[in-house]
Design a protein around this ligand. Structure first.
Ligand SMILES: [Zn+2]
Length: 368
């Protein structure tokens, strides 16, 4: 089964503008999170190794395409953090075996347990991964065409790995093309950035997202009304892929299960029982938690300033109530603190103390 997911409609133009005869040594694909950049990058990698004579690539039927789909193409190197390994092409993508690669669902969570936390798949690209991948890169590609290295996300590289990559980009090996993907261009080292051709991918329009989501869901045999889809999209901050995962139910372990209890707690404003709330949500990944907090605060600020709700329209009444009693200056300070926390989130381990501290600070917003 081919893994070519086709091209998302909002990327058609960007795709048509690619000039396969004049590829640079390195492309840095960037754009908003959750719009499908990684799938675009994979498709590009596949097109580059595709051996079809036709102009339409990837053809999805030649030997090279088949090898790519099964994760066996000798000239394709995918570098992603361990916890994203299932995103790369591999054997039995849609078979029973593939399902095992997904984050283990029914598995019991034993957090607060440092030992277990250590065994968790890393969300960083490790320096060994980069070194290993780049080791054989100066030899000729196996198929005689081109070698493609895909690295996602660039901002998850730690300093040592980033330097290793940089050295390679400074003296790019012949016949090798680097495809780097980033959600946060501002976090990518300028020295890396300057050695790549930048390719900004657009976010889909609201209409495109909704149409596409409805289509995806109906293909999956799931019936939801448009209002539900609209709500999911807005709660995902316009990140269409996140909305899809949420609606398809695969977001249950992440933000999906987190949103309602957290919003309910935040709606309490100054009355928030932060101890109970922290107990409910401390198992969630810190980045997702911060995003929800950030959106809630953004909504509070925007209700105060313009009586507008952007992310959580279903909580309009609660937001208005909280906005009335929130101290504007404290709200802005908290907002800044959240942005700051997000900047460091990659290096911060979420734990209950941190979450409690955040919620206590949230409660403070409503006090003189
Ligand atoms: Zn092909």
């Amino acid at each position: 089964m081919a893994i070519d997911k086709g091209l998302y409609p909002w990327f058609t133009q960007a795709w048509s503008e690619l000039n396969f005869d004049k590829m640079p040594h390195a492309i840095l694909i960037h754009g908003q999170t959750g719009i499908g950049k990684f799938d675009f990058a994979l498709r590009l990698a596949k097109a580059l190794v595709c051996e079809s004579d036709s102009n339409i690539k990837p053809c999805c039927s030649c030997e090279a395409c088949h090898w790519f789909d099964t994760g066996n193409h000798p000239d394709f190197l995918g570098i992603v953090p361990e916890d994203q390994a299932q995103l790369l092409p591999h054997e039995a993508m849609d078979g029973a075996e593939g399902a095992e690669d997904k984050p283990k669902k029914g598995k019991k969570k034993t957090d607060d347990d440092a030992e277990k936390a250590d065994k968790k798949a890393s969300s960083f690209i490790k320096v060994d991964q980069v070194r290993e991948a780049l080791e054989g890169i100066n030899t000729a590609p196996h198929r005689g065409r081109q070698r493609v290295v895909l690295l996602n996300p660039v901002e998850s590289l730690q300093a040592v790995s980033a330097n290793t990559l940089l050295k390679t980009l400074e003296e790019p090996p012949e016949s090798t093309l680097f495809i780097l993907v980033s959600d946060r261009l501002d976090r990518v080292l300028p020295t890396i950035r300057s050695r790549c051709r930048l390719l900004a991918l657009p976010r889909p329009s609201q209409e495109q997202s909704l149409t596409w989501l409805v289509q995806e869901l109906s293909m999956a045999g799931i019936k939801v009304d448009r209002a539900q889809v609209e709500r999911a999209l807005s709660e995902a901050g316009g990140a269409v892929m996140d909305a899809r995962d949420y609606l398809l139910g695969s977001g249950e372990e992440g933000a999906g299960a987190l949103v309602e209890p957290l919003l309910k707690a935040l709606s309490e404003g100054g009355q928030i029982n932060w101890l109970v709330a922290a107990e409910l949500i401390h198992k969630a990944p810190m980045p997702e938690l911060l995003v929800i907090l950030e959106r809630w605060i953004a909504d509070l600020l925007s209700v105060q300033q313009a009586n507008l709700v952007r992310y959580y329209p279903s909580k309009q009444a609660e937001l208005q109530r909280c906005a009335q009693s929130a101290r504007s200056n404290k709200l802005s300070d908290f907002w800044k603190a959240l942005l700051d926390a997000r900047r460091h989130e990659l290096h911060a381990l979420a734990n209950r103390l941190q979450i409690e501290a955040l919620l206590i600070r949230y409660q403070e917003i409503f006090k003189d």
